[in-house]
Design a protein around this ligand. Structure first.
Ligand SMILES: NC(=O)c1ccc[n+]([C@@H]2O[C@H](COP(=O)([O-])OP(=O)(O)OC[C@H]3O[C@@H](n4cnc5c(N)ncnc54)[C@H](OP(=O)(O)O)[C@@H]3O)[C@@H](O)[C@H]2O)c1
Length: 248
């Protein structure tokens, strides 16, 4: 087990990529704090983590609400005494073409996908700086790197994540804290239209040399790598887990 004794905070862990990554981290020995707006102690990710013999703290938090995030981190430190890993994954989408994009849609996606990532990053930075160790894995997107049709709000937020990861990596490296991105492509609720509606599916598959969307379970091992000492000399990088769609 590569993460035995570590404490991992997973945002957006109730379903999709976050759920799957949370369970992969738990299988590698990590105790978990799993956050989403609606998670409860009865959710399958919580029960499955307990079945693996790990401690798990489920918490309803909106990552865009700064006070909720800082209270969460205070409670985690009170309970576990440390935070070793942040999987900064919670995200939403709300598409519209540029000329139809309302200010509400723009602001909400920026609030959750960019400010939410910043809130969690900043809240865990202080305890990790005191520990002089930590691994933070943010979630950006191919849309930040290639642009997108109909998701200018999402692409801008994920572009912000791509950039803030590099700044945080530079600022936190002297404290033994690494900060990296993943850019995944997986079949989840978020991608169900582009992965299954024939109107979009084939356009996407044409851009993916490996010719398929990943299952969420295929993302976890890369996150474990970035969370563990196996990647101890890697920081400020973006790992694309997308079947070759983006080649940096
Ligand atoms: N799937 C892909 O191919 C793909 C590609 C590129 C990037 N991504 C990114 O990967 C991450 C996970 O995506 P996914 O496909 O797994 O999406 P998903 O299946 O829709 O899951 C999103 C998760 O985020 C939580 N969440 C949403 N808003 C939140 C908020 N304000 N505060 C806390 N939790 C919140 C949701 O739970 P609640 O509803 O309970 O809050 C849910 O657990 C996102 O950042 C997404 O942008 C995904």
């Amino acid at each position: 087990m590569r993460l035995k004794g570590k404490v991992a905070l997973v945002t957006g862990g109730r379903k999709g990529i976050g759920r799957s990554v949370a369970l992969t981290l738990a299988r590698e020995g990590a105790d978990l704090v799993i956050v989403s707006r609606t998670i409860t102690a009865d959710d399958s990710v919580v029960l499955d983590t307990e079945k693996l013999g790990r401690c798990v703290m489920p918490r309803q938090v909106d990552v865009g609400e700064r006070s909720q995030v800082f209270k969460l981190v205070e409670d985690v430190l009170g309970h576990f005494g440390r935070i070793d890993i942040l999987f900064n994954n919670a995200g939403i989408y709300n598409p519209a073409m540029l000329w139809k994009m309302s200010e509400e849609k723009w602001s909400e996606v920026i609030r959750v996908n960019l400010t939410g990532v910043f809130n969690c990053l900043q809240a865990v930075a202080s305890p990790m700086m005191q520990q002089k160790s930590g691994s933070i894995i943010n979630v950006t997107s191919s849309e930040a790197l290639l642009g997108s049709m109909g998701q200018i709000n999402y692409a801008a937020a994920k572009g912000g994540v791509y950039a803030l990861t590099k700044s945080a990596a530079r600022e936190l490296a002297p404290y033994g804290i690494r900060v990296n991105n993943i850019a995944p492509m997986a079949d989840t609720d978020m991608t169900k239209v582009i992965a299954h509606d024939p109107k979009f599916k084939y356009k996407y598959l044409e851009r993916m040399p490996m010719g398929c969307f990943a299952q969420p379970e295929e993302i976890g091992p890369s996150v474990v790598f970035l969370a563990s000492e196996e990647s101890g000399y890697i920081t400020g990088q973006t790992l694309c887990i997308d079947g070759g769609m983006v080649m940096l």
